[in-house]
Design a protein around this ligand. Structure first.
Ligand code: 6PG
Length: 482
């Protein structure tokens, strides 16, 4: 008699912790791993004394599952997901559910929903955030895919997910197709932005002469302000952390960033959709530049920067940095939601932005008090066009603006790069400009290539061409936009 409520394939860190989390919530979980010795180790180790059912073949695994079968994959994104789908599908029957909980590319998920759908199977692509700790004690879960599958996984996912103060789970139905993984991808892009913003703040504080211990205290204090968030909290702890010899560990870590690709995917999709996701894209490039360590070491010896200028009031500077961080963070989230809004429109997902903010409020890497403020903004106006136009955030931007500008003026004077903060300010100033210099740009395109332009004094959609040199023809090129 099959007894498992759900089966999980892939006993790496995230998989094991999710299984134990499900077990703690009263669900019976069957597990399988390609290297079957891992199943034995798991049963003898973390799962000892639990209800977890160990299986050593796909047949045994599937046979252990109650119907409709719920098969969750926690394996490396990419081909491995397809390989396991191919192995498991022949043993499933109509109405069974396959869930991919990894960091898969949303277009792969979209394809899998369609392919399995043709076989009568229900596929879900579910973003899961929160790392090891989150998986074990309450992650943020972002499921999307075949809507018919939601009712069958909802009780399990909402039980194991993180909860906000009032008990609402940080897990809700995202939408059709690849939307669950899309939202997780944007979460990761925002994570890249948040991390880079904190790193720029740290860089500038260090340039201002703050010690690691002082910075740890400053970040701890900020974690009691509107910046309260998991990433600020761990930054304070990292800066205070001592190596075995008593020195600060952070000073010994090589300054070359890694990345697994989700930030890059977010930027690529923003380019595809024509959305100005400048901050996250700068965060991706900042990682790329950091990885060119050898180049930088060579260039540092030959390329001059400005002479250092002393700082009059460090306390005031630190406060301006706090404002710069806060304002830039608002811009980053505003851009992230702009991207999701456009994705929802173009891919036909009907995303619920308030629900997304709530899913990210707890459990995930970007969890913060700030996401509660975003949720409230969408509660005030469900179809809010842009976060920057919400009264709360408008006021916050007004309050933070002068500190933001003065902190960045310092960064320029000192030659300390702050690409995310700087691009955030450029975006803000661009977004609030009713006239940008694109009139000249359009004139240039028309001058050299007869690409045509629209006129301020004529209705939109009417295109004009000028024979600027008197020698060009009056034939214009087509006016399509990519
Ligand atoms: C999460 C994280 C996680 C991500 C890592 C590493 O939500 O728990 O986003 O999914 O894979 O943070 O990402 P990078 O290696 O690209 O920094």
């Amino acid at each position: 008699m099959p007894k498992a409520d759900i089966g999980l394939i892939g006993l790496a860190v995230m998989g094991q912790n999710l299984v134990m989390n499900m077990n703690d919530h009263g669900f019976t979980v069957a597990v399988y791993n390609r290297t079957t010795s891992k199943v034995d180790e798991f049963l003898a180790g973390p799962a000892k004394g639990s209800k977890v059912v160990g299986t050593r073949s796909i047949e045994e695994f599937v046979a252990a599952l109650k119907k409709p079968r719920r098969v969750m994959l926690m394996v490396k994104a990419g081909e491995v997901v397809d390989q396991f789908i191919a192995q498991v599908v022949p043993h499933l029957e109509k109405g069974d559910i396959v869930i991919d909980g990894g960091n898969s590319l949303y277009t792969d998920t979209q394809r899998r929903v369609e392919e399995l759908g043709k076989k009568g199977l229900l596929f879900l692509g579910s973003g899961i955030s929160g790392g090891e700790e989150g998986a074990r004690h309450g992650p943020s879960i972002m499921p999307g895919g075949a809507p018919e599958a939601w009712a069958a996984v909802k009780p399990i996912f909402q039980a194991i997910s993180a909860k906000v103060e009032d008990g609402t789970p940080c897990c809700d139905w995202v939408g059709k197709g690849g939307s669950g993984h899309y939202v997780k991808m944007v979460h990761n892009g925002i994570e890249y932005g948040d991390i880079q913003l904190i790193c720029e703040t740290y860089h500038l504080m260090r340039a201002a002469g703050c010690s690691n211990t002082e910075m740890a205290e400053i970040f701890s204090a900020w974690n009691r302000s509107e910046l309260l968030s998991y990433l600020i909290e761990i930054t304070a702890k990292i800066l205070a952390y001592k190596d075995t010899d008593g020195s600060h560990l952070v000073d010994h870590i090589l300054d070359a960033a890694g990345q697994k690709g989700t930030g890059k995917w977010t930027s690529i999709d923003a380019l595809e959709l024509g959305m100005p996701l400048t901050l996250i894209s700068e965060a991706v490039y900042a990682r790329c530049l950091s990885a060119l360590k050898e180049d930088r070491v060579t260039a540092a010896k030959v390329l001059p920067g400005p002479a250092p200028k002393p700082l009059k009031d460090r306390k005031e500077f630190v406060e301006s940095l706090r404002q710069a961080l806060y304002a830039s963070k608002i811009v980053s989230y505003a851009q992230g939601f702009m991207l999701m809004r456009e994705a929802s429109r173009q891919y036909g997902w009907d995303l619920n932005f308030g629900a997304i903010a709530l899913m990210w409020r707890g459990g995930c890497i970007i969890r913060s008090i700030f996401l509660g403020d975003i949720k409230k903004a969408f509660d005030r106006k469900k179809d809010l066009h842009n976060l920057l136009l919400d009264d709360f955030f408008k006021k916050a931007m007004t309050g933070a603006q002068s500190g933001w500008r003065s902190a960045l003026a310092r960064s320029l004077e000192w030659g300390i790069p702050a690409p995310c903060m700087t691009s955030a300010l450029a975006f803000y100033d661009g977004y609030r400009s009713d006239r940008l210099p694109a009139n000249l740009l359009q004139a240039q395109r028309d001058y050299f290539g007869a690409h045509t332009y629209e006129r301020l004094d004529k209705p939109r959609g009417q295109f004009f061409h000028t024979n600027w040199t008197g020698t060009g023809g009056s034939v214009s090129s087509t006016t399509y936009n990519a």
